[in-house]
Write a protein that binds this ligand. Structure first.
Ligand code: ATP
Length: 347
């Protein structure tokens, strides 16, 4: 494996960038729509910008259906994009399978939510890891040593205890560690982790997040951490981006976004995160009433700000004008796409 060399790349170096990334999934047309000129589509991701840097974790937070997984799959080049660009080290990159895809996957690896589904039940851990090492030509002269190094890196030790096991013989946390080891077999620069701990027992989530943090530091990895749990973003990510109904609504350093959220949707997410005080039943009825309602249809998303039908602070322009990113001013790089912060428009 060559990761020690790659780990010498400067921390903060930009690896992967999404610029105006957009994905619309066409909706299958019904018979009665056959002659209509309009083609319905699910507006899953619209105009998403994000930058992954070596040695840093970016969290992408939002409720179910907000488009987080689609962003990860676009960045992994598992889906073609409808618009925008993906740049690897500053170069526009589109790959469609074959050798190009393998070359891309050697640098950008994805970890999925369900480690059981992502590992083949009929094959041993040795098979999975050997395959990853060989596909990416990282087995070196001593395959056994490379396998042992991979398992040791994810703290599955002694390696001999795990190599000849089948996925069902491991716990959920151990399976996710194997999935991470398999991704590391490619010796990547970026990891796209799609809800990597949400299917694990609460008691072992922290261990897996700590492992990812350790890998970020030791291997100088760029990590995209997708989650619906904004509290874990504060703990684990350097930067946090919040998505609502296919659009980014807020971003900044994780401490600022989670402690002084600016966008009404981010506040709603934080308010609805588990909070010990709420278990006392001492809830202000006005608080409980805030931001209620369902996420909108992504086939015909609301005009203006997509959050306006649920927003307790909505103003007339919110239903007509698409909000631009506005600096909040409390911390460098903290922004929200919300007209509440439009000082020019307020005058
Ligand atoms: N292959 C597809 N075809 C059509 N629509 C899709 C497809 N994949 C996702 N969608 C739709 O795109 C929207 C965003 O889905 P996505 O899975 O990216 O959201 P998410 O935030 O990751 O949600 P979750 O946390 O539940 O995975 C949803 O409305 C979903 O139904």
């Amino acid at each position: 494996m060559t990761s020690t060399q790659d780990a010498k790349a400067p921390a903060g170096e930009v690896v992967l960038e999404a610029i105006g990334l957009t994905k619309h999934f066409p909706v299958r047309r019904r018979l009665r729509d056959l002659f209509s000129k309009e083609h319905d589509a699910v507006h899953a991701v619209d105009d998403v910008h994000l930058t992954l840097r070596r040695g840093q974790v970016v969290a992408l937070v939002g409720e179910s259906g907000s488009g987080k997984s689609t962003v990860a799959r676009l960045l992994a080049q598992l889906y073609p994009r409808t618009g925008g660009d993906i740049q690897l080290h500053g170069r526009s990159t589109t790959v469609k399978g074959g050798r190009n895809f393998r070359g891309y996957a050697a640098r950008v690896q994805m970890i999925f939510q369900d480690p059981f589904a992502s590992l083949n039940p009929v094959h041993t851990i040795r098979y999975h890891l050997t395959r990853a090492l060989k596909i990416h030509h990282n087995a070196g002269d001593d395959l056994d040593a490379a396998l042992a190094a991979l398992l040791t890196r994810v703290s599955l030790t002694p390696p001999e205890r795990y190599l000849d096991k089948f996925p069902h013989e491991l716990s959920g946390g151990q399976r996710q560690r194997v999935a991470i080891a398999r991704a590391l077999g490619a010796d990547p620069e970026a990891l796209l982790a799609d809800e990597p701990v949400s299917m694990l027992d609460v008691s072992i989530r922290l261990g897996v997040l700590n492992l990812l943090r350790d890998l970020k530091e030791r291997l100088n990895l760029a990590i995209l951490y997708i989650t619906h749990d904004i509290a874990s973003a504060r703990y684990f990510a350097d930067e946090t981006l919040v998505m609502y109904a296919g659009r980014m609504v807020e971003g900044g350093d994780s401490e600022t976004v989670t402690q002084t959220p600016a966008h009404p949707y981010t506040r709603l997410l934080i308010d609805s995160a588990p909070d010990p005080d709420r278990l006392t039943g001492d809830i202000d009825p006005l608080e409980e009433d805030r931001g209620n309602g369902e996420p909108p249809s992504l086939i015909r998303p609301p005009s203006g700000c997509r959050f306006h039908p649920r927003c307790p602070a909505a103003m007339p322009r919110c239903s007509t004008d698409l909000p631009v990113r506005l600096e909040i001013g409390d911390a460098p790089g903290h922004w929200a796409a919300c007209w509440l912060y439009d000082k020019a428009g307020a005058q």
